[in-house]
Structures are given as C-alpha cells and as structure tokens.
Design a protein around this ligand. Sequence first.
Ligand code: PGA
Length: 260
Amino acid sequence: MTNRPKLVVANRKMNGNLPDNARFLQSVLQETRHHRARYAVCPPHPYLQQAQQLLQHSHVAWGGQNMSRFERGAYTGSVSPLMLKEFGCTYVIIGHSERRLRGHESDESCGERFEAALKAGLTPILCIGETLEEYELGETDLVVVRQLNPVISHVGIQALAKGVIAYEPIWAIGTGKAASPQHAQAILSFIRGHIGLLDEQVAEQITLLYGGSVNPGNAAQLMSMPDVDGGLIGGASLIVEDFIQICQIANELSSLKSAA
Ligand code: PGA
C-alpha cells in the first residue's frame, strides 16, 4: 500500500476579492487544522501577498496559477518564478487548459516552465488532459503522453517526482460533468505506468491529481481510486463549505491510507 497523503488544491481562477478571500482562507485554516491531508490554495496573483499574510507558518500552502519561464525582463503581464517565490509560494500551476487552449502555451513551453519552476524551488502542478473530441476518438492516452514527454525530456525522470501532475479532461472542467472514477483511475494508472517504464520509484512517489467538476458529492468516489492522490478544485473552491467538505473527505481517505 502506498502512503501518499491526499493533496487538495484550490484553483480559484479569476475570482475573489480581499474580504471574500480572507473568509475563505480563514475557514480553510480553521476547519482543516488537525488534518493529515495536504492543502494548497492558488489565488489570482495580486492576492498572493494576502495568502502569504494569512497562511504563513500554517499547514496550508499557496501558489500561483501560472508563471513565465524567465526570471525577469521585458515580458509585460507575466510573473516570474522568483516573484512567486518571494511571496512564499510552494506551488505553481503550469499548463492549465484555460491557458493552453487559446494557443498561448505549447507542450514544449510547459516543459520549459516546469523546469524553471523546479529551478526556483517551486513545486509545479502540470495540468494535462484531452478535449472532448480527442476523448470521443479514444485518443486520451496519446494526448497525455504527448503533453508529458516534453516535460520529462526537459527535467529528466528523477526530477519529475518533485512536481505534481493533474489529469484534467477538458470536457469535465467547469461543466458539472466529472469523469467517472473509473475513467480517472484508468488514465492516472496509465500515466503512472508510463512514468514507471522509466523509473518505478518515481512512479510510486509522484502525486497525481484529478481535476474537473470535483464536488462534495463525487469527491469520495474519485479520490478513493488507488491512483488518484487528490484533486484540483475549481468551481467548488468558490463555495467555502463545499471546499471544506472535499478537504474532509481527502483527510478521511488519508487517515484510512495511513492506517492500512
Ligand atoms: P472545475 O475546475 O473544478 O471548476 O471543473 C477545475 C480546474 O479547472 O482546475
């Protein structure tokens, strides 16, 4: 039995404001303080300082939703890994489909930024997943390998374990139609197997998340799948009670795992 405590990450996307964020962060802190599961919150960049103020020295980590591969320079509108680090981030989301889709981010650039994140001491959360059309054509395996391989060739298989991979089928994001637990398990098991062909220990250690319409009603089934180490939570992280319920489920599953 593996012993990877669950990781639940709130992807708050372009939502929130100072008072709303404060309520959210304080409730998460309070309600999860004795938990064994791991938690992180990714607010929009302007709110990272607020996250740092409210979460520092706590069990809840925070992170950015995107970053440049460059440390500084003439890149208007971008945020560098060093800046995220300066505001205490542990994590950074790389290659979310909402950024890939408009053609802004290639598989190659995700590899470069995954590498830059590790170099800065951040834990990248690499998002991968297929479109509805690719799903219907049965191409999911091909797509996730295509998205994963440039990252492996940039950082090498050993360093991959320092990051997190989130499988997020695009057809499940924000649609209310989560993948079935069986589908999430099949793809995450395939991803772990693909990594295991290169290094079995890395495959065993790496944290793999599922994301896409996770809510308090489906979280237990999804996260109890053996290769689902937690969730990347969008919409349900905007309702504090829902997010806390998901955290409670993750924690119960983490405690069960440690008892096993
Ligand atoms: P969702 O978003 O939970 O609203 O589907 C997940 C994500 O985009 O990371």
